[in-house]
Structures are given as structure tokens and as C-alpha cells.
Design a binder for this molecule. Structure first.
Ligand SMILES: Cc1ncc(COP(=O)(O)O)c(C=O)c1O
Length: 388
């Protein structure tokens, strides 16, 4: 074998994701896993049964259509109309993907040229950096800073250069829990129009907003034809393993993203697509109940973390709470998280791994609260050991 590295240069340095590492640590130590953001309870029984029925009825067991099954594409357009008053053509303006992750990767591969710059909020969801790198583009971080993690819109303006092609935005934001306000979304949209930028929005937590409202950027003036709006069923319906996501955008943007997507997976999750179509049509009470349940869990875990001595940045949205470990006399999030399972039987994730500049998040640690009440209560009581 030659000395040439096996891994393509664009992926060097990415290694395995922090979630795999921390979940393995949870299994090894038997600790409560508040690291990875997956619920420990499945979503609605009727939706699960719809998947079983589709499978038994032979719907989706063979390759579904490339853009997604018509039932799901129609349900996605109905959802966008119901919640945001947005109209999309199910035949040309919707694309079903293998989760939001594939939608993000396909968007980067389709829309970027080597050398283009992409501005994204830092801390980043971990697939962003890899997707931008695989497209040969350069990421430019816009750092969200404690205590409230609001984006600095002057810094955003300053970060835009002639090479900027795209803004990759996430609101509600993982891991900080920040939710963009209507004013912020309006200001960002104006900058995108002024500088003729494309925008890709990751809205997977659109239904997990406790304070404020979710405002899709694509709904703002001038944004309909320059925004790729991405969401997913995983978070909203607690079926993260099904990996059914989608894109809504103009026909030309959908066509571009579909071109990349068709050579990544072509299609996926046939029977689950039918089930997600039913899920998207659940009554408003489902969505409100899901959010309110998570609000209670947010408060339970946030209060527990505060009692254990953490500084708690209570999130406006998502199912993560970011804490600062400085009041515990700790300085290094990664080291703290590696020791936490042994110290008190809980796994968390160090926010530093989501930054290009790890020092910017050195003392921040993220906990997921999409877990059963009793699990969160037990985690809170274990964490109290840190208070001594
Ligand atoms: C911000 C964000 N985007 C995308 C994803 C992945 O979504 P999916 O499972 O639909 O690929 C996650 C999952 O944690 C996330 O937090």
C-alpha cells in the first residue's frame, strides 16, 4: 500500500461524531445518556401502526418515486400551509430526503462551488462542517455568545464577502436553544437580498419552541426563490430512526438539490413515508401537547442542573439545555464530560466540539431532555452529587 492517506482530504479531521463516542461511553458505564438527542419514548402509536400497515399492504416496499411518495409530498405542503400560510406545489417544490442530514448534504453539494464561503452560526450542528467541506467550500462561523446566544447582525454583515454564496441557518438552534426573533429573521433576509445570497434553513425543531415563535425565513419578502427550507419528522414525531426529512423550496432549487440527492440515496424509508404523511396531518393538539410536555422536561432538567451548581442557559426552543460549568470550579468541558459518567452516572456533550474555535465554548456543556420524566428526575438527583 502506498503512503497516501485513505481518507479524502476534505474529510480529514472529522473522525467519528461526538454522539457515537459519548453514546458508547454511556453503554460502557451504564450511565444515563443525556448526550445524543434521541427520545427514549417512541412517537404516536397511530403513526407507528401506519408504518406497519404500509409495510403489510406493500406500500413503499419497493423503490418509491425519487422526489418522495405523492401522499407525503402533499402532506408536507398542507403542513406548510397550516402552520405558516406558505403554498408549495407538491410536484415540483417538495423533495423527500433521508432525514434533514441528507437534505443539508445534498444542498451543499448541489449549490456550492469549491472556494465559495458559507456563513453558519457557531456552534454548528456537527454535520454542517463536513457537508460544507465535502462540497469543497469554506465555512465562516458567526459565533453565538452566552448568555443569550443572539446572533450579532453587524458581525454577520461584516462576514459577508464577494465569495459568500450561502447562509446556513438553524433556528431553533442546536445546541444553544436560541430561537431567532421575527426582527432577526427580517434583518437576515434583508442582508440575503442585498447581497444576493442563497439561504439554507435547518428547521428540524420548528415544533419545539417554548418562548417566541418559529418564523420560517422563506416566508420573508424576497426569500421565496432563494431559500431552501429543510425539516424532518425525526424530532417532531419522535421517530429519529426513520430518517424521513424534506426540502421545500422553489422548483429550480428543488431540482438542483434533487440532482445531488438522487446520487446519494436516490430514495429511502418507503413505508415510513406513508406513516409520516399521516403524522403531519395530526390535529393541532398533538403538536401543542408535544411542545408542552417538552417544556415541562426543560424546566425539570434546568432546575436540577441549577440545583447541582451549573449556570443554566434555559433554552427558548429545541430539546437541549446548554450549561456553563464554571460555577462548579471546572474549566474544560471535554474533560468534564469524559469524567461525568464515572462521577455521577450521566452522559453529556461538550459544546466545544461544535466550534471552530473550541475556546469559545470551552466551559459549555449540553444536556438533552427528550427523555422520560423519571429518567430526568434520576439524572437530576445523580447530578446533585456534584454540588457535594
Ligand atoms: C440541528 C439539527 N439538524 C439536523 C439534525 C438531523 O436530522 P435528521 O435526523 O432528520 O437527519 C439534527 C439532529 O440532531 C439537528 O439537531
Amino acid at each position: 500500500m502506498s503512503d497516501r492517506p485513505l481518507l479524502n482530504r476534505s474529510l480529514r479531521g472529522f473522525g467519528s461524531t461526538i454522539f457515537a463516542e459519548m453514546s458508547a461511553l454511556a453503554v460502557k458505564t451504564g450511565a444515563i445518556n443525556l448526550g445524543q438527542g434521541f427520545p427514549d419514548t417512541d412517537g404516536p402509536e397511530s403513526v407507528r401502526e401506519a408504518a406497519v400497515k404500509a409495510l403489510r399492504d406493500g406500500r413503499g416496499n419497493q423503490y418509491p418515486p425519487g422526489p418522495g411518495v405523492p401522499e407525503l409530498r402533499t402532506a408536507i405542503t398542507e403542513h406548510q400551509q397550516r402552520f405558516y400560510g406558505l403554498t408549495f406545489d407538491p410536484d415540483t417544490e417538495v423533495l423527500v430526503t433521508a432525514g434533514a442530514t441528507e437534505a443539508i448534504a445534498a444542498s451543499m453539494l448541489a449549490l456550492l462551488e469549491p472556494g465559495d464561503e458559507v456563513i453558519a452560526f457557531e456552534p454548528f450542528y456537527d454535520s454542517y462542517a463536513a457537508s460544507i467541506a465535502m462540497a469543497g467550500a469554506t465555512r465562516v462561523p458567526l459565533t453565538l455568545r452566552a448568555p443569550d446566544f443572539r446572533p450579532d447582525l453587524d458581525a454577520l454583515r461584516d462576514a459577508i464577502t464577494p465569495r459568500t454564496r450561502l447562509l446556513l441557518l438553524n433556528s431553533p438552534h442546536n445546541p444553544t436553544g436560541m430561537v431567532l426573533t421575527r426582527d432577526e429573521v427580517t434583518a437576515i433576509a434583508a442582508l440575503a437580498v442585498e447581497h444576493d445570497l442563497l439561504v439554507v434553513t435547518d428547521e428540524v425543531y420548528e415544533h419545539v419552541v417554548f418562548d417566541g415563535e418559529h418564523v420560517p425565513l422563506i416566508s420573508l419578502p424576497g426569500m421565496r426563490d432563494r431559500t431552501v427550507s429543510i425539516s424532518s419528522s425525526g424530532k417532531t414525531f419522535s421517530f429519529t430512526g426513520w430518517k424521513v426529512g424534506w426540502v421545500t423550496a422553489s422548483a429550480s432549487l428543488v431540482a438542483a438539490v434533487r440532482t445531488a440527492k438522487q446520487y446519494l440515496t436516490y430514495v429511502s424509508a418507503g413505508p415510513f413515508q406513508y406513516a409520516v404523511a399521516e403524522a403531519l396531518r395530526l390535529p393541532g393538539s398533538y403538536f401543542a401537547g408535544f411542545r408542552d410536555d417538552l417544556r415541562g422536561k426543560r424546566d425539570l432538567l434546568s432546575d436540577g442542573l441549577a440545583a447541582a451548581g451549573f449556570e443554566v442557559h434555559r433554552p427558548q426552543g429545541t430539546y437541549f439545555v446548554t450549561t456553563d460549568i464554571t460555577p462548579l470550579g471546572e474549566k474544560d468541558g471535554p474533560a468534564f464530560c469524559l469524567g461525568l459518567p464515572e462521577r455521577c452516572g450521566v452522559v453529556a456533550v461538550p459544546n466545544a466540539v461544535f466550534y471552530d474555535d473550541p475556546d469559545a465554548g470551552r466551559t459549555l456543556v449540553r444536556f438533552a431532555f427528550c427523555k422520560r420524566h423519571d429518567v430526568l428526575e434520576e439524572a437530576a438527583s445523580r447530578l446533585r452529587r456534584l454540588a457535594g
